[in-house]
Design a protein around this ligand. Structure first.
Ligand code: AMP
Ligand code: MG
Length: 539
């Protein structure tokens, strides 16, 4: 088929492809799986697919690329986003990176199923890299096929955009296409493989560089390339830093520590569990990256992880994410140490991470509770007590905090019996009312009394307090079962729920009265259903 003429908006994309222009390439042009030494990337083309079909696109991301909706709805766009054609000046490549997986050094990993199409500079002079996930094998595919299935692609597409609208730093998703081909997957690695529809997501971010991109060169003592990559990263992704400053690498590392701390505060605020916080899944820009077996906290359980591969040790459970990020930063510090040769400022930056996280977390938590500012004297105990009370009864985190804004601190003693509590605005948050004991009611009441005194002290009106709280406590998140419903329908050929959820999640902090159902507790059928509460890395 002929897809000419090329839409003007695509013809005009201003690719400067700085990554391939400035960094060392793999000299071997073969697209064969192998170790690649002393190179940041290998040139590789997406694999042709049979019958691509556009399932959804994000108009906000298209806008970042100066693409109007008419272009995204063209046949050319579908072929482009499926990797069947390349636009003028695209120079596709896969990057080489390594990583610590579940605490152990794993050696070379790399873009095994992500193919970068190049980087553009848009009309607002912003840099955006485009990347197809699931577009076929690369030299970094190891034993896998380089492909992605529909269920994981829907999850990545929707969650990237949902996170953006929640105000959480993230890579973005431009498009989701079905390839028209089938892919074999053994979802729970239990010897029951099945054919699933193949799909490709086009991801967009200022940069996809990961901690692991630095670690691989340090591990191989390829110091020249390590320095080239770090200089490139500072110049391109941290242009506000002065590359000639003697301590520029320290300044850079401090910034990575700070933005990573901010990211962790956001995840803890909205109840997001990444699921696979390996160092190859940590963005140098503090973005949420690589949506795999992630999940949203339903009942508040700090030990919860959606990832069945991690069920035994729970290394990447909700509550441990900030500590894991610190450990990952330590690995990054080790990787760049040879270029700095002074451990003290790196250690200081790691401490800065701890301080930034603590500071940000306190600020965020008191905002969630509608307090004006964090006061250590009273608020440490207030937060500690609440976080001890929440797990006593299965309590939906999102609903609890959202509805808490409706509790009037002037009339706080609402819950001295179970029925009273269930009839209050907090009632909707309880999965297991039978777990509400006398002891629980007493503790909650005691806490509410202390909270009431504290919040009255701030002197905010009920309305002002609710407004503040609703700006940080989302009403709508991509509940695990909602994504699963969209997947099951799409696998049956009805993909309508995908744009519908995208639309819902565009305004996660707004009341959307006609869409109340999407804010409800997880239904009971989804409690232990695969895809809802149990996911694996197979995608
Ligand atoms: P992840 O656990 O998704 O972060 O992936 C870890 C590594 O495995 C990365 O290098 C991925 O590119 C690679 N990988 C995951 N799935 C596939 C696949 N289907 N084909 C090729 N490489 C893959
Ligand atoms: Mg990954």
């Amino acid at each position: 088929m002929n897809y000419k003429p090329i839409p003007a908006a695509i013809e005009n994309l201003n690719f400067d492809n700085r990554f391939v222009q400035e960094l060392p390439a793999d000299p071997d042009p073969a697209n064969s799986r192998r170790p690649v030494y002393a190179a940041c990337y290998s040139r590789v083309k997406p694999q042709r697919v049979l019958a691509p079909q556009l399932v959804a696109y994000s108009k906000e991301v298209a806008d970042l690329l100066d693409m109007p909706p008419s272009v995204c709805e063209s046949a050319y766009f579908t072929q482009l986003m499926a990797g069947n054609i390349l636009a003028p000046r695209m120079d596709p490549y896969a990057t080489c990176y390594g990583g610590h997986q579940f605490g152990n050094w794993a050696g070379q990993l790399g873009d095994g199923r992500a193919i970068n199409l190049g980087e553009i500079v848009n009309r607002r002079s912003q840099r955006w890299a485009l990347q197809l996930k699931g577009a076929g094998p690369t030299p970094y595919s190891r034993t896998a096929d380089g492909l992605a299935v529909l269920r994981s692609s829907i999850r990545e597409f929707l969650c990237s955009e949902a996170m953006y609208h929640l105000g959480v730093p993230t890579t973005r998703a431009l498009s989701l296409v079905l390839t028209g081909e089938e892919v074999e997957r053994d979802m729970f690695y239990d010897g029951h493989p099945k054919m699933e529809p193949g799909a490709i997501v086009c991801r967009v971010a200022p940069s996809f560089t990961r901690f692991g991109n630095f670690e691989i060169f340090a591990s191989r003592k390829e110091m020249t390339v390590l320095k080239q990559l770090l200089d490139y990263t500072v110049r391109t992704d941290f242009p506000h830093l002065d590359i000639t400053a003697p301590d520029v690498y320290i300044q850079w590392f401090e910034e990575v520590c700070r933005t990573t701390a901010e990211l962790m505060v956001h995840w803890m605020r909205v109840g997001f569990v990444h699921g696979v916080m390996n160092t190859d899944n940590m963005s140098i820009l503090g973005l949420t990256i690589d949506y795999g077996p992630y999940g949203w906290l339903e009942d508040y359980d700090p030990k919860w992880t959606p990832n069945t591969t991690d069920a035994a040790t729970r290394r990447y459970c909700f509550g441990d994410q900030p500590g894991i990020a610190h450990w990952n930063l330590l690995q990054l510090a080790n990787a760049v140490f040879p270029l700095i040769e002074d451990a003290e400022p790196l250690k200081a930056a790691l401490n800065l991470y701890v301080d930034s996280f603590q500071h940000g977390w306190h600020k965020m938590m008191v905002q969630k509770l509608g307090l004006k500012a964090y006061r250590p004297g009273t608020d440490d105990a207030l937060l500690k007590d609440l976080l001890a009370i929440l797990p006593m009864v299965e309590t939906d985190m999102t609903i609890f905090f959202r509805n808490f804004s409706k509790i009037d601190p002037a009339a706080i003693a609402l819950s001295d019996n179970r029925m009273g509590l269930l009839a209050s605005p907090l009632g909707d948050a309880y999965y297991r009312p039978d777990q509400i004991t006398r002891d629980y009611l007493d503790r909650l009441n005691h806490w509410l009394t202390a909270y009431g005194t504290r919040v009255r002290n701030d002197g905010l009106s009920l309305e002002a307090r609710a407004r503040n709280m609703n700006a940080v406590n989302p009403k709508y998140v991509l509940r695990n079962y909602l994504a699963q419903l969209a997947i099951e329908k799409a696998e049956q050929g009805d993909s309508e729920m995908i744009p519908a959820l995208l639309e819902l999640l565009r305004r996660p902090y707004d009341e959307q009265p006609e869409k109340e159902d999407f804010a409800a507790r997880r239904p009971d059928w989804a409690r232990d259903k695969p895809g809802c509460s149990m996911l694996s890395c197979s995608s």
